[in-house]
Design a protein around this ligand. Structure first.
Ligand code: GDP
Ligand code: MG
Length: 670
């Protein structure tokens, strides 16, 4: 017999930590059918017959966001044997709000009361036995991070699943809400049974006016009228709307339970500490300058103090290895063209990108520090206020933050936005956030033109990306995407010291991803570029690449960039290959200039650009259409090729205009 357990809880309640403790390393990552939200599935340690699925973190079961829909669908349609509801004991009231909704589904359920270490440390306590009695479901106190209570938890949920023991109490409604829920229950009882819906859950959802439930139950027009009437009566009697009425009822019940089982003398030490830190970090005026300061420091450390020497060492290693292979090839007597293909094509192209691995790894060390400590949420929070002031949804900033890593998952994560307008707008704006694949380009150009001011140039580009996104948002909002944005409520988790394991995992994933791209996309692009720049139209191999196929093609486009200050076929070719993957701009430049070392590449770049036009080139690469993978994601999420083409056209035209402004205005002063 095989058991499936669904792990459900609020964000930051410790789901991932518990999942890892329960499964060890036996996990399997996949997607939910039809959507791109990640699904983690794993076998419970020492229980071959028990599988656990880590569902997205949610606060309620109303389908306001895709995560909520995914979780709901999983529980209702995949029928797990038991729900493990993880509850953050330091925020018990808010977490129980979800618990009450889960109970209505009437699936066997166990509460894992997590973070008990923090509760006890601050001198508070929770009467677990009383809580369990009041709720009518087993409650097991645990500390996932400290590995406490895990084996007890496993025992309890295995037992509950075997006994198929459902929550004992469902009826915690009173007064008018009670009346409404019960009359609707009677009305739709048969349909709920026929469609595998728990009756009480169906009735509550219908009070809420939940559309998926109406569709699933095939509620008739006549029934619809009755339901509307019942709900209206309830609203009139209570003098509030239906959402507030239900929320009130749940919170009243939670308050009653907590009064008798939770002893709280004070907030936990972590909460008090977090409040103090937040006074400064989310300060009305200082919040954003502090964020920029922190980012500046990170760039300075990443590209200067720590990253540059490491990159230098790796580069020397790559050069030595290249020479070594080159000598082997020469001694083996391979033909000139094969030698050139391997050394000037593959090694130059892939090597130039690979040398950025240390920088990427260091940057992600810092970024995961910011994310895991809880600081990133604060930034979204601070930006939310700012964005709302200018009429954009603050929730858009979350995909945009992901966009600093890679546009592809960022574009996909825009699905969490409930308003169609906000979602499309966010998809168009997200690629303006500077993704990691563009870093090698910035590295290459700053090395050649602004070695002293690398950090300043970087931060300028990142900020420029954000500014262009904000201005674009304002422009598009008043033209194409008219309408109001949906307000967004965010939970600020307590600051916590990030775990070493999770940071190491982040760094490793990034390094792996980046290296993989170097050996696949960049490898192919380098081969193609090498061929096109080594042969002329009659397929004679040539020495002077300015007579090559590539040069004649590149020269067609090059004049377009005259107003941006770089009319050079190599620069425009690099921009075209950059569409396959942004790193390809660097590998193309290396292949085209035939540069073996940094010094040679810098010298070659100095013949193509002035410092000003080099900066205009950077601005263009920052803003122009994203890579092929991001384009594909845009097309999928926008739902049509036409919309995706409009989006990338908008991005590229913006890039051109801003790049031109930078060069033309700069030329007046320099
Ligand atoms: P998720 O968002 O629900 O997946 O939560 P995570 O597993 O990522 O945990 C959020 C934060 O809480 C992390 O910093 C964890 O290290 C921390 N955490 C998880 N469980 C515990 C616990 O039992 N005690 C303490 N003190 N921290 C915990
Ligand atoms: Mg998680």
């Amino acid at each position: 017999m095989k058991f499936t357990f669904a792990l459900v809880g609020n964000q930051n309640s410790g789901k991932t930590t518990l999942f890892n403790k329960l499964t060890g390393s036996n996990q399997h990552v996949g997607n939910f059918p039809g959507v791109t939200i990640e699904k983690k599935e794993g076998q419970i340690k020492k229980h071959k017959d028990a599988w656990i699925v880590d569902l997205p973190g949610i606060y309620s079961l109303s389908p306001y966001s895709l995560e909520e829909v995914v979780t709901r669908d999983f529980i209702l349609k995949e029928n797990p044997d038991l729900i493990i509801n993880i509850v953050d004991a330091t925020n018990i009231e808010r977490n129980l709000y979800l618990t009450l909704q889960l109970m209505e589904i009437a699936t066997p359920m166990v509460i894992a009361l997590n973070m008990m270490d923090e509760v006890t440390n601050s001198g508070n306590s929770i009467d677990v036995v009383k809580l369990s009695e009041d709720l009518g479901i087993p409650v097991v106190p645990i500390s996932a991070a400290k590995n406490e209570g895990i084996s007890e938890l496993i025992d309890v949920f295995m037992k509950t699943a075997k006994e198929k023991k459902k929550p004992e109490k469902l009826d915690f409604c009173v007064g008018e809400v009670h009346k409404a829920i019960h009359s609707i229950s009677h009305l739709i009882e048969d349909q709920a049974k026929d469609n595998g819906y728990p009756i009480r859950f169906a009735a509550t959802k219908l009070v809420e006016g939940d559309e998926p439930t109406m569709k699933d139950l095939k509620v008739t027009e006549n029934q619809m009228h009755i339901i509307e009437h019942v709900v209206e009566d309830m609203e009139n009697a209570l003098k509030t709307d239906k959402e507030a009425a239900l929320a009130d009822m749940r919170y009243n019940y939670i308050e009653k339970i907590c009064k008798s089982s939770v002893v709280r003398h004070q907030e936990t030490i972590e909460q008090i500490r977090s409040e103090k830190i937040d006074k400064l970090l989310t300060h009305k005026y200082l919040g954003i300058p502090i964020f920029l300061g922190i980012m500046f420091l990170i760039f300075y450390l990443t590209f200067g103090l720590i990253g540059a020497p490491l990159q230098g060492i790796l580069e020397e290693g790559i050069t030595l290895f290249t020479e070594f292979i080159s000598n082997i090839l020469i001694n083996a007597g391979v033909s000139d063209w094969l030698h050139a293909l391997v050394i000037d094509g593959v090694f130059a192209g892939v090597g130039s990108v690979l040398s950025f691995v240390p920088i990427i790894v260091i940057l992600f060390f810092f970024l995961s520090l910011l994310e895991d400590s809880g600081y990133m949420t604060r930034i979204a929070f601070v930006m939310d206020k700012l964005l709302r002031k200018i009429g954009l949804s603050g929730k858009s900033f979350v995909p945009m933050l992901i966009g600093f890593g890679c546009s592809v998952p960022a574009i996909m994560s825009a699905r969490t936005l409930s308003s169609e307008r906000d979602r499309k707008l966010t998809i168009v704006l997200t690629p303006f956030m500077s993704c990691t694949a563009r870093l090698p380009i910035y590295g290459m150009i700053t090395m050649a033109f602004f070695p002293e001011n690398a950090a300043v140039v970087m931060i300028t580009l990142y900020v420029l990306g954000i500014l262009v996104a904000i201005l674009s948002g304002l422009l598009l909002k008043s033209t194409v995407f008219k309408g109001d944005s949906v307000p967004f409520i965010m939970e600020l988790p307590a600051y916590r010291i990030p775990s070493r394991r999770s940071i190491a995992l982040h760094m490793w994933e990034k390094a792996k991803d980046f290296t993989q791209r170097a050996f696949t996309v960049i490898f192919m692009a380098s081969l193609v570029i090498w061929f096109l720049q080594s042969f002329d139209w009659s397929f004679n191999m040539i020495d002077d690449s300015s007579k090559s196929i590539l040069a004649s093609l590149g020269s067609l486009i090059a004049p377009i960039f005259e107003p941006l200050g770089f009319n050079d076929w190599r620069a425009s070719t690099a921009l075209i290959t950059g569409i396959t993957a942004k790193e390809a701009v660097v590998s193309t430049m290396s292949v085209l200039t035939g540069a073996i070392s940094d010094v040679e590449l810098s010298a070659a770049l100095n013949t193509m650009f002035t410092p000003l036009s080099a900066f205009a080139f950077l601005v263009f690469t920052l803003l122009y259409m994203p890579c092929a993978a991001a384009f594909a994601a845009t097309k999928r999420e926008m739902g049509s090729l036409k919309n995706a083409l409009l989006a990338v056209t908008y991005q590229t035209v913006t890039a051109y205009i801003v790049g031109m402004l930078v060069y033309q205005i700069g030329s007046i002063f320099i």
